[in-house]
Ligand binder design. Structure first.
Ligand code: TYD
Length: 226
């Protein structure tokens, strides 16, 4: 005989921790080298934290111990274009599995300096990687996942190159590329933005940082807090 009046299990902290969390949001920053995204990333992270959001800030290539080792190779070791594209996605696979997906699933937001739009812009646009190969890697590594918001910092490559030069830091393999490479990268970002206008906002980066911050804060508030 079975009893139909089994006592209800008490709600435990462990059960609450297992309860489904609202998924976190995924925000990415993109643009050619020297477009000025770094300080704006810090401002967005500060804005979100001030709004009570738990945020993880990270970057690509990188974001994990393995990803940072791949970053060293990617930024400094000469390699075949397809090796470069696959290593970008290998680092991304690790990053998604170890950090991005667990954070989003637990309700934390993730703000990431570059993601797959950078592979589209640099490897497809800049270097001429076959687009079908990019599509295949993207479908393999993150099927069904795209950022909730991507901010593309758009700037004339001549202006961006002058900014990079003024830092006095030794340029990496990408920063050493010629102007026409960055013209193609910029075009590819703009094309990607035309393909996903809901997700990707193009920011005019040829303005004072304070004016750019105001725009970004408005976009973030409208998108997530209105
Ligand atoms: P970034 O961290 O923005 O450079 P920095 O630390 O110098 O500001 O990005 C590193 C470089 O990697 C940048 O030149 C763009 C390049 N990159 C690609 O070519 N493809 C990619 O998929 C990613 C994520 C980055």
């Amino acid at each position: 005989m079975t009893s139909s009046s089994a006592p209800e299990a008490p709600v435990t902290a462990a059960a609450l921790a297992r309860a489904p969390q609202p998924r976190g949001r995924f925000i990415t920053f993109e643009g050619i080298d020297g477009a000025g995204k770094s300080s704006q990333i810090a401002a967005v992270v500060a804005l979100l934290r001030a709004s009570g959001v738990a945020v993880d800030q990270t970057r690509e290539p990188g974001g994990t111990a393995l990803g940072e080792r791949l970053r060293e190779l990617l930024l400094h070791a000469p390699m075949h274009l397809e090796t470069e594209a696959m290593l970008m996605f290998a680092a991304r696979r690790e990053h998604l599995a170890a950090r991005i997906e667990p954070a989003l699933a637990s309700g934390r937001w993730v703000v990431c300096d570059r993601f797959s739009d950078a592979t589209f812009a640099y490897q497809v646009g800049g270097r001429g990687l076959d687009r079908a190969k990019f599509d295949a890697l993207e479908r393999w590594v993150h099927p069904g996942l795209q950022p909730d918001l991507t901010l593309v910092f758009d700037l004339d490559p001549a202006v961006a190159a002058a900014r990079v030069a003024s830092t006095g830091v030794d340029p990496d393999r990408f920063e050493r590329e010629q102007r026409d490479f960055f013209v193609r990268v910029r075009e590819a970002y703009l094309e990607r933005a035309r393909l996903a206008p809901q997700r990707i906002c193009v920011i005019d980066a040829d303005r004072a940082p304070e004016r750019i911050s105001v725009d970004i804060e408005r976009i973030v508030r409208e998108r997530f807090f209105s």
